[in-house]
Ligand binder design. Structure first.
Ligand SMILES: Cc1cc2nc3c(=O)[nH]c(=O)nc-3n(C[C@H](O)[C@H](O)[C@H](O)COP(=O)(O)OP(=O)(O)OC[C@H]3O[C@@H](n4cnc5c(N)ncnc54)[C@H](O)[C@@H]3O)c2cc1C
Length: 483
């Protein structure tokens, strides 16, 4: 925790309370523990205070106070980040948007919704679905994660394969800039288009809370497809399932979703939810096709044939909406089910070209054996976006060390195979060391320059993304690097 002089601490608390009220400021150490990390638990540190504003104006006032007191600000949504992007590395004031969670308007005619940044992702589709519309980005964390967090990480999800990621579905948004001014980037809620000049809307999507605090967003709604076919294809081995993924894409079919789960995951899910996954299957694929009934029917036959060519043991078709919903519910609870297997796990988020899915799966098996750690896989196979879950026990320093090494080796391999160290979870505090492996020096310099356009003082979510950033001391020790 960043130690402030008692007089400065009191000034900070008093001034924050004056803006948002006593109940919306957290500054006691025992309460701040809730905010010591996000869903990436390898690094922890307490923020100096957490503030929960209720309006954009309050956010702006909080930011101005932080500027005057020279304190870092850390925007936070639901804290589901898997890369430590919400970590208060050097303390600071965390601005949690969770009270600003309203859906302000669903404009069915123009297929848009205006929401506050703390609105939970799944609520938008819940509100839009009676009108035959939905919000397409569907991270597996969608019952909890917020639109502000989705914008800041450019979130994807199982249906990214066909529908694209958050940037494709956010028309514009309001942002409190690091100097406390309020700007609207992109299309405005009154319909005013902002299409001339540079695309600052696009530039700040995926900026991991380093460009300002998003307070409201105008999102695109898309029409619910006329028909779906959702299959569960069961294989004896991960290899067979991996080759099926490559073959489906090579056949020119773009499923709405193409997800893979290996045996450890399907067993954990079956134990938790009893959905009928075979316990001895090596891997399963969930393949979803959507569109007009005729086209879907024809593609379904092709997909079934491809699965059979790859020796699928069984291909089950969800026979109604309830079965389809049950499959997706299960898939989206996979990370949670893994909590039954191990006290801790770290989720990696590498990307490889789809044709390299079999190779990276083989490599992960080797890493698992070498480091004597279980590494189950549940991932967006159609995008080549892998999520190996490295299981460990944080009470055993040697396991922690091995888990960190295993993660490093897997991500390095992704880059070697022509992929990336992140598909959707971002760089955060976790993957700073990989930036130099993936980007040239000039690229990193250009990114830093763009950041200073938005935040010249670099006060907004500092110590993230760029090599050389400060680390939490305890983590630096675990990784044997300097803090
Ligand atoms: C079980 C599980 C499954 C997941 N599945 C997926 C998945 O399928 N796809 C995927 O992409 N991600 C996934 N994630 C990761 C995570 O849910 C996403 O990154 C999500 O977008 C984070 O939203 P959040 O509201 O929790 O943001 P937080 O975790 O609170 O913040 C994430 C980043 O956004 C910034 N931020 C948050 N709110 C704002 C704001 N209002 N203004 C500016 N910056 C802000 C933060 O500073 C931080 O840098 C998963 C996580 C979990 C735990």
């Amino acid at each position: 925790m960043r130690e402030l002089k008692p007089s400065l601490h009191k000034t900070m608390v008093d001034r924050l309370v004056a803006i948002v009220g006593r109940d919306a400021v957290i500054s006691e150490e025992s309460e701040l523990v809730v905010y010591e990390c996000d869903a990436y638990t390898m690094q922890k540190n307490l923020p100096t205070a957490v503030v929960l504003p209720a309006t954009t104006e309050e956010v702006a006032q909080v930011v101005r106070v932080c500027n005057e007191l020279e304190l870092p600000i850390i925007p936070r949504g639901a804290g589901t980040s898997l890369s430590g992007s919400v970590l208060a590395v050097d303390g600071g004031v965390m601005i949690a948007l969770t009270r600003m969670n309203r859906i302000l308007n669903v404009d069915v005619r123009n297929r848009r919704a205006l929401v506050e940044a703390g609105c939970v992702n799944a609520w938008i589709t819940r509100e839009a679905s009676p009108h035959g519309l939905f919000f397409a980005p569907d991270p597996s964390s969608q019952p909890a994660c917020t639109i502000g967090g989705n914008i800041a990480t450019n979130s994807g999800g199982p249906h990214t394969l066909k529908n694209g990621v958050t940037t494709n579905h956010v028309l514009g948004y309001e942002m409190v800039m690091p100097d406390g001014s309020i700007k609207w980037l992109g299309t405005k809620p009154d319909g005013g288009e902002d299409v001339g000049g540079y695309d600052f809307r696009g530039a700040a999507i995926g900026s991991e809370g380093m460009f300002g605090v998003v307070t409201r967003a105008l999102v695109r709604l898309v029409k619910t497809p006329a028909s779906f076919k959702t299959f569960l294809a069961i294989f004896d081995s991960v290899d067979q399932a991996s080759h099926t993924v490559s073959d489906i894409i090579a056949a020119g079919i773009v499923p709405a979703a193409l997800e893979m789960m290996d045996q450890v995951i399907t067993r954990a899910l079956e134990e938790a939810y009893k959905v009928g996954f075979p316990l001895d299957a090596g891997a399963v694929l969930i393949v979803e096709l959507d569109g007009l009934a005729g086209g879907v029917e024809q593609q379904a036959k092709q997909v079934e044939a491809i699965c059979e060519n790859n020796n699928a043991r069984e291909v089950r078709l969800a026979k109604d909406d309830a079965e389809r919903a049950a499959l997706w519910k299960c898939r989206k609870r996979a990370f949670g089910a893994v909590g039954r297997l191990s006290p801790n796990y770290v989720t990696q988020d590498g990307v490889v070209p789809r044709s390299k899915v079999p190779a990276i799966m083989q490599f992960i098996r080797e890493v698992s054996e070498r480091h004597q750690l279980r590494i189950p896989n549940v991932f967006h196979a159609g995008d080549g976006n892998i999520h190996p879950l490295i299981l460990f026990d944080e009470r055993d320093p040697d396991q922690v060390k091995r888990a960190l090494m295993a993660g490093d080796e897997i991500l390095t391999k992704c880059v070697e195979l022509g992929g990336s160290v992140t598909g959707e979870h971002g760089i955060g505090a976790e993957k700073i060391d990989f930036m130099e492996k993936q980007f040239a020096k000039d690229d990193l310099e250009a990114m830093k320059k763009l950041r200073t356009v938005f935040d010249p003082q670099q006060r907004c979510n500092p110590h993230k993304m760029f090599p050389g950033a400060k680390r939490c001391a305890e983590f630096a020790q675990k990784k044997q690097i300097s803090a």
